[in-house]
Design a protein around this ligand. Sequence first.
Ligand SMILES: [Zn+2]
Length: 505
Amino acid sequence: MDDLVPVVSYERASADKAKDEHTVADQHEYNRTNAARLGWRIVRSFSDNDKSAAKEGVVRDEFEEMLRVLRAGRLADGTEVRGCVVVAEDRLVRRAGDYERFVDAITAEEGRVFADARGPKDLHSEDVESMGLMGAVISRMEVKKMRRRVTRWHRKRAEKGELPNGYRPFGWSPDRRTLDVTQAEAIRRAVREVVVGRSLNSIVLDWQARGFVTTRGNAWTPQTLKQLLRNPRLCGWRRIKGEILTGPDGKPVIGRWEAVVSPEEWEAVQAVLDARRGKQFGKDGVIGDLPQDFREHTYLLTGILRCGRPREGGTLCMAKLRVTPHPDLSYHVYACRSKSYGGCGRLARRGDKVDEYLTEALLAKLEEKAVTAPEVGPWPKAAELEAIETDLSELRQHWHRTRGQQNRMSHSFYFSEVERLETDIAQLRSERERHQVAVRRAQNDVTDLRRRWFSDSDDDRLDMSQKRTYVREAFHAVIVHPVGQGNGSRGTFDPSKLEPIWREG
Ligand SMILES: [Zn+2]
């Protein structure tokens, strides 16, 4: 017996793609390599094929069997099982509740191990920040539950005044606690000048002339400057879910970093920016409302969503959905415009739900891509390396067995062969190392994107225009099909009525 940790692997071929590249065999090969690297040994693999079991109500036999094995900690023949390895967590999930049941089963005993292509993860721990995506297949409720847990974790940290995650914010030193004197002074001046009426644009021009760039190396724009000035971090506070974080005494929690301005100064600049919201300064200095299509960019999916209601004759309406103002609703509504604007005027959908669902679908797609992208997929030479390692070990054994015998191999042959094999092995191992670095980098990028996408308080959160860029890169369009009769369907939300048209690549 060896001392490798006995684990099971799980593979699932999904039915939701015409050509699913992740065959069960590919996933198994990946899991085997991954387990070996971690010092684990697969004692049994379970696999399901959704193509043959896609019907509602069909039980995934192998998945259910695996849950029983994990709960028991052993196979039917008594072989011990101490964990599980999969390519990605979304493989575990086919319908609501699957992931929770899996976590329950695997954590039935202490010390269980789990890994996906990103590496091992402690499912016993409360650290769910790194919890991967369970895919667009996950039910909305589960997504919300997961996000609440992540939020709670962030909040706990924030209530202790700990630093938000993320990049160094402009104005601070690389330690993110102490101020960068020059940048902090520039922010302080900007705050005071905005309060007395200077435009963001003219401050940006000034900053550009002084050679300031954002900490991500981009040129300042009025939008990013406004984002900076909106950040309560400037006065030592945090905002979470749109609210300033307060302690048990009802007062704002003071973060453990140096502030640039006082709370009074920061609040003054907020008041000025609030007054300008949705307005613009006309040439005559009069403040007026911004034109409609400018304001629309505060929504994620305008220009992407198209109306899927059939017209007479059978073709779809396909007009772009616009956001209609609904003062009595707490959410926005995407709606097809009236006939005079080229639509049918007979389709509407809750915007918050559509945004949430398609965001998950988009991130799922990117995450799946990161795990399976051809250039960073499983290392293609694993078998070759293993074969050469076996050759070398056999050669050595043969050499030792036959030493002193008549028919032994010659020294020169033995040593030149060993040297040749060792050189090949060293080269392959360094290739494998480079490959693993590439895999990790690709995955970190997507993990970081997810964090920045949902970040409520971090300094490097994505703004709407950045999110819209990802959306445009991912979808040609998303067709919104009617839910029922009439146009009163905005209260109903059914993700199966959304048809994403992906830009493949
Ligand atoms: Zn329409």
